[in-house]
Design a protein around this ligand. Structure first.
Ligand SMILES: N[C@@H](CCC(=O)N[C@@H](CS)C(=O)NCC(=O)O)C(=O)O
Length: 215
């Protein structure tokens, strides 16, 4: 692993992972970055990478002397750090409240509820008040509301929240962990045609193909 310099954006990922979300965000931002592909269970758990992410998980991005993990944080951070891309409302813009709300809602309650449902570990109805996600149905209904006013979460304005929330919805539809609601399908279709999304998909799919060809 070449040590990163402070002014170089370095992206640690595996093409078959949530790293695809961060790759899409990097492509939306449009700054140059270097990709380091890590393998599950080996280089992802190696001591030098654990100094970047002690969880031994991808993705992570290092830049300007800091390491950022967590897809939602990477999206929000890059949007703020690269204002020329216009992917986050300014600090004094009321739309920032909506932007942060759905980013956090998706990284917290949505991800927790979807994972719990997939593992058959959802909280029983009588404990819904204790679970941050309430119930799976409540989370899905709220998420549907967030993407129904569209085309984007902030109305006419595309933002980093769409990259993150949209990725979770697209994965949910692909792996059938979210119900196939019309609003989800229409939102996913709008998102998947974005130039940066197409570019990101192409890069990651090519990495997968190359790995498979190499045995
Ligand atoms: N909360 C993290 C989750 C990251 C995560 O779980 N990544 C998986 C791949 S999708 C991983 O690296 N798994 C390898 C492992 O845990 O050993 C995020 O949003 O970035």
């Amino acid at each position: 692993m070449i040590p990163p310099s402070d002014d170089e954006i370095v992206f640690y990922t595996n093409p078959m992972s949530r790293g695809r979300i961060a790759r899409w965000m990097l492509e939306e931002v449009g700054r140059p970055y270097r990709t380091v592909v890590l393998d599950f269970g080996t280089t992802m758990k190696a001591p030098d990478y654990l100094t970047i992410n002690p969880m031994g998980k991808v993705p992570a991005v290092t830049w300007r002397g800091v390491a950022v993990t967590e897809c939602a944080a990477i999206c929000a951070w890059l949007a703020d750090a690269c204002p020329e891309a216009g992917l986050a409302p300014a600090l004094d813009d009321p739309a920032r409240g909506t932007y942060l709300r759905w980013l956090f809602f998706t990284a917290g309650p949505v991800e927790a509820a979807v994972t719990a449902k997939a593992l058959n570990l959802l909280a029983p109805a009588e404990k819904a008040g204790m679970a941050g996600y309430g119930s799976f149905e409540q989370v899905v209904d709220a998420l549907e509301g967030a993407v129904s006013g569209g085309p984007w979460i902030l109305g006419d304005r595309f933002s980093a929240a769409d990259v993150y929330v949209g990725s979770q919805i697209m994965w949910g539809l692909q792996f059938k962990t979210l119900p196939e609601r019309d609003a989800f399908k229409a939102y996913a279709e709008r998102l998947s045609g974005r130039e940066a999304a197409v570019r990101a998909r192409g890069i990651d799919d090519a990495l997968i193909a190359a790995a498979q060809a190499g045995g």
